[in-house]
Structure formats: C-alpha cells, structure tokens
Design a protein around this ligand. Structure first.
Ligand code: ZN
Ligand code: ZN
Length: 384
C-alpha cells in the first residue's frame, strides 16, 4: 500500500465527525432509514461505487478481481428520548442513536471515501454493506437475501464499545456476543372468587412455580462451564383483589453462546411448563423464537485483524464476551470474518453511559481509528 490508512483517516477526521453528528441529529428507526441511506448513497455514487438497494439498505461495490472483502455498518436508531444537552442532540422526539450506529455509518463512510481515492491499488473488490434494522429487526437477514454476501470471501464489522477505553480495538476469537431468543405464553387455569380458591384453578401460584423452576435451567441443566440466561421479564394476570384470574401471561428472553445450549434451554422450558401445569390441572401456551444466533468470530480472521492492527500501529486488545446479541452473527454463519469492538469510554469527558441509555454518547476523537482499521483490513485482505 502506498499510503497510510491512519494518516488518511486522520486527514478526514472532521468530515467523519460531521457525518456522525448529522446522523445523530436525524435518527431513524429500523427499516425507516430513508434519510440516512439517501445521504450515504449520494456520497457513494459521487465516489464511484456501484450501488444496489435492498430497501433502506445499500450494497456498494468498488474495484474488481477474484477476491471480495465486505465491510458492514448498521444505520438504525432506537426509540429512546435523548437526555444529554450536546450540540448535536437528536432533533427527533423519542428517537436517538443510543447504540452508536451513527458512528458506525460515519466510520464506514470515511473508509468508503479513502478506499475510493486509492481504488487503483485494490487487488480485488471491496463491498460495503450499510444495513437497516440491527436492533431487533434482523436487517442482516434481509441484506443476505438481497445478495450482500454473493462472492464475498470475508467480512468485518465494528461496534463502538463502552466497556473498552477510548481508542482500543477489541478483537476476540470465537464466541463474542450471545445468541438471543424470545419467549411468550400463558398459564391457563380457571378463574373464580378470591375467597373460594378450591373452586378455581389459580394460575398465579402455578406461574410463580414455573418461574422458580425456570431458574433451575441455568443453575441445574446448563453445564457449569457453559453459560446461558433465562429471564422472565413480564408477568400479567388479574385485576381485582377478590378475583382469581383465568389466565396469567408472561414473556422474556433467553441467551446462549452455543446452539446446543439454546436448544437445551428451549426444551427445558417446555418440560417445566408441561410438568408444573399438569401437576395443578392447568394448561399452558408457549411460543419460542430464536431471534439471533451467537456472533462467532473466525479465529483466523481475528488473528488477521490483530496483525493488521499491529502493522499500522493501532492499539488493540482482548474484549470480554457479552450476553447482548448482534445480527452480524448471520453474516458470520455464511462467511468467515470478525466483529470488532472500538473502545469509546472516556471518563474525563463523562462518556460512560451504557449502550441504549438516554445519555449514551461516543468519544468522537477515536472514530477515525475505526475508519483506518476498516481501510487497512480491506486492502490487506485483498493483498494476501
Ligand atoms: Zn443496540
Ligand atoms: Zn448496536
């Protein structure tokens, strides 16, 4: 490479920050990223990319050759009311970039600009994926269905990371983020007078028993060296103090790092509900949906990323796994790659609020580092 990605990214740092602030002020929820994708597309066209649209998502190609490396950013915001009084505060009530996807889009836009400037030096093709609806919408699946991974040899993506100090790139082998599923259902008993429980099948103690029994799934069924989560997060039943309701509804989420643990959790939930309701003469309904698989980095690609960071003097380190989920997992099921973290935590600036918090913010000073790493990954991968 006849240029240094880090100094090139530093050169356009102000532009990257300006893009981030523009996206931050104009947040759009999943699958509604009309404005954001329009801004992205206009820049990409100007820089000579070939564009394919997948709804509000964009697949953009540049360069030619046998090999293709993909870089991905997500563009969606969250239904959160921003509580900080920053200059670039969200202009849309009730919507906010509280996960940092504004930063991801801006960083990749910066990389797009640099890659286009040096396209003559590319030994293959770079594909940029700007996807919609990462937050619970599985926008990645729509992009894959739209052909985002056709011909792709490897994929990389970034998430800004509050648990890492500003400027450190977190690189992890194997499982990084958990698989996530949701469940919902009801206990169906028989309602009646609160003073005559013997004439009812009271679903409330049955629900309580089932919830307590769910606790034993992780503590007594999941092997101790593995991890999992079962959280009942909502329970609704009854209205009056003297009426035993006929039903109690519940919902919640489960998390896992290995598909077999996800399967085990689901099987045990059914068995618990089956047994507990049978013991009390009640019935149940249960629906379980696996939303996102675990995000599992390829060891080889994580190693490659470390070498690239090393070569260009970018600070990097390990990053602990989290039970949060990320739809980048779907890309990694199809092609090797790595999902990387970029530390944004800056105590001095008060940038410490967790992702999805109404005061979440990003240390903008490090955004160009993400851009530099993306550019370096693309060029180095195609060279190898
Ligand atoms: Zn998020
Ligand atoms: Zn996110």
């Amino acid at each position: 490479m006849n240029f240094n990605p880090l100094s090139e990214a530093k050169r356009i740092e102000k532009e990257i920050i300006a893009w981030r602030r523009d996206f931050h002020m104009n947040p759009e929820l999943g699958y509604e990223e009309e404005r954001t994708s329009k801004v992205v597309e206009e820049h990409l066209r100007e820089w000579g990319y070939t564009i394919r649209r997948v709804g509000t998502g964009i697949i953009a190609d540049i360069g030619k050759g046998e090999k293709t490396v993909a870089l991905r950013a997500d563009m969606d915001a969250l239904p959160v009311q921003e509580e900080s009084d920053v200059l670039y505060k969200s202009k849309i009530p009730g919507k906010m970039h509280a996960c940092g996807h504004d930063a991801h889009t801006a960083m990749l836009l910066g990389a797009a600009k640099i890659i286009a400037e040096y396209r003559e030096e590319l030994n293959g093709r770079v594909r940029l994926i700007f996807q919609p609806a990462e937050e619970g919408g599985n926008g990645a699946v729509k992009m894959i269905e739209g052909g985002a991974l056709e011909g792709v040899n490897a994929i990389f993506g970034f998430h800004v990371w509050m648990e890492l100090p500003s400027g450190v790139i977190g690189i992890r082998d194997g499982p990084f983020l958990a698989g996530a599923g949701i469940f919902g259902g009801k206990i169906i008993g028989k309602g009646g007078h609160g003073a005559s429980p013997h004439e009812t099948v009271d679903p409330i103690p049955i629900m309580a028993e089932a919830i307590m029994a769910f606790q034993s799934i992780v503590s007594r069924n999941v092997p101790p060296i593995e991890t999992g989560v079962v959280s009942v997060t909502s329970v609704h039943g009854g209205k009056a103090f003297n009426v035993i309701p006929g039903e109690v509804e519940f919902k919640g989420t489960f998390r896992f790092f290995k598909p077999e643990i996800g399967g085990l959790i689901q099987r045990r939930m059914r068995e618990v509900l089956e047994g507990v309701t049978k013991a009390h003469g009640a019935k149940y309904e249960l629906s379980i949906e696996e939303l996102t698989p675990p995000t599992i980095n390829s060891r080889e690609m994580a190693d490659f990323a470390r070498k690239v960071a090393e070569k260009y003097g970018l600070k990097y380190g390990d990053v602990p796994p989290t039970m949060g989920a990320e739809d980048f997992a779907f890309y990694l099921q199809k092609v090797p790659g790595a999902f990387l973290a970029l530390g944004i935590r800056n105590e001095e600036k008060g940038i410490t609020y967790p992702h999805h918090h109404p005061k979440f913010d990003v240390d903008e000073e490090v955004l160009h580092l993400g851009t530099a790493m993306e550019v370096a990954l693309a060029f180095e991968f195609l060279r190898g």
